[in-house]
Write a protein that binds this ligand. Structure first.
Ligand SMILES: *Cc1c(COP(=O)(O)O)cnc(C)c1O
Length: 394
């Protein structure tokens, strides 16, 4: 008989925990050993083989969260992404990737795939037809990222897996922005689910890690390349990540809640031109989001009105930090035009809808009212400063 599937917070708190048989402590002990016995043992353990006790325990938790048979954890999100892609793409193969991609993934593909003899196409859009029309004789993989960065566009998972199955392709998703709390792509037939665990899984802006979940067969293939490429995670960080993930369900739900409330507030704000958040009924992918996501996520973007200087605004914030990364329990903002998309020519940025006044907002778990007050005081100060500069001109 199959065991009843446990609920989200129970999996987060308990699945895969190691028992402390010696002292009966309540939490998983940390095994830092890089050297284990080789005789009279079932498994030859070594950190780079992804099979230390703490690694295996955490992988169980991640597999359970993604409803997968197996999972592996890596030293970074990019180690997880590169190992997964290269495990399924040989020289002469082709991959169809969606056009809106995380910067590091984009860099891997456009700077390095040609050297490996791997062909790629970035789609023109995110509709299923945009993917299907790029499929060639030698295509092996379809790769998507939804919701995307920074405009929170969605890709239809059910439609993508239908295309992948029709053409016998492996489908992969970067599920980082949603986290397993808000989206479990295997429910829609996606083959391989990848995370930057640096983001919501870690959640405290102090861990760099990656994860992949899939069938045992697919994970075996990723494992075999993984031990050769050597992108494993240190056991100390594995242990910290397990500890962080106990509260992931609680954190992410609080972050969703803040994002929804702030999106609604900013959507009605006279100083904000536009808000991009899948939880808003006005978002073009809202219906799709309702279908494939359990929560709308803790990430949003908004565009300041013309005349409100984005740098002055971000520096006027007192609680919310201008900061590069995302998904921590503290709220942060960033300018995509100055960071992730800085190398893109301004015309191309404009074409994608990424203006200089666009602010990406990663919601933390602070009280909603405090976040609203912080934004309001920063907007007021920014406008007052602009008025002062104007008055000095005359
Ligand atoms: C951060 C991020 C990555 C890369 O993860 P690292 O842990 O920095 O290597 C990949 N995809 C998305 C969507 C991300 O936000």
């Amino acid at each position: 008989m199959q065991e009843k599937r446990k609920g989200l917070n129970t999996i987060c708190t308990h699945t895969g925990e190691l028992k402390d048989e010696t002292f009966k402590g309540a939490v998983s002990p940390l095994y830092m050993s890089t050297s284990y016995a080789f005789e009279d043992v079932e498994v030859k353990r070594y950190p780079r083989y992804f099979n230390t006790p703490n690694q295996q325990a955490l992988c169980e938790k991640i597999a359970a969260l993604e409803k997968a048979e197996a999972a592996l954890i890596f030293g970074s999100g990019m180690a997880a992404i590169s190992t997964s892609l290269l495990a399924f793409l040989r020289s002469g193969d082709h991959v169809v990737m969606q056009n809106m991609l995380y910067g590091g993934t984009y860099n891997l593909v456009i700077r390095h795939f040609e050297d490996f003899g791997i062909e790629y196409t970035l789609t023109d859009g995110l509709a299923p037809g945009d993917f299907e029309k790029e499929i060639k004789e030698n295509t092996r993989v379809i790769y998507v990222e939804t919701p995307s960065n920074p405009l929170l566009t969605l890709t239809d998972l059910e439609a993508i897996t239908a295309v992948a199955k029709k053409h016998g392709l492996i489908s992969m998703i970067d599920n980082t922005f949603a986290s397993p709390v808000n989206q479990t792509p295997i429910d829609f037939g996606i083959d391989i689910v990848i995370h930057s665990a640096t983001k919501y899984m870690g959640g405290h802006s102090d861990i760099c890690a990656g994860a992949v979940a899939s069938t045992s067969e697919n994970m075996d293939r990723i494992f075999k390349l993984g031990i050769a490429l050597g992108g494993s995670l240190s056991d100390y960080t594995v242990w910290l990540l397990e500890r962080s993930m106990k509260t992931m369900g609680l954190r992410v739900k609080a972050q969703n809640d803040n994002a929804q409330k702030l999106a609604e507030y900013l959507d009605n704000h006279e100083d904000i031109e536009q808000v991009y958040y899948p939880g808003l009924a006005s978002h073009p992918d809202h219906k799709l989001a309702t279908r494939q996501m359990k929560g709308f996520g803790g990430m949003m973007s908004f565009e300041l009105n013309k005349g409100i200087d984005p740098s002055v605004f971000m520096n006027a914030l007192q609680l919310i930090k201008p900061s590069m990364s995302l998904a921590g329990i503290e709220s942060t903002v960033l300018s995509p035009a100055k960071t992730s998309h800085a190398l893109m020519p301004p015309e191309e940025r404009a074409k994608q809808g990424i203006s200089d006044r666009l602010i990406r907002f990663s919601l933390g778990i602070e009280e909603t009212e405090d976040l609203i007050s912080d934004i309001d005081q920063a907007l007021e100060r920014t406008k007052n400063m602009a008025a002062l500069v104007d008055s000095e001109k005359y």
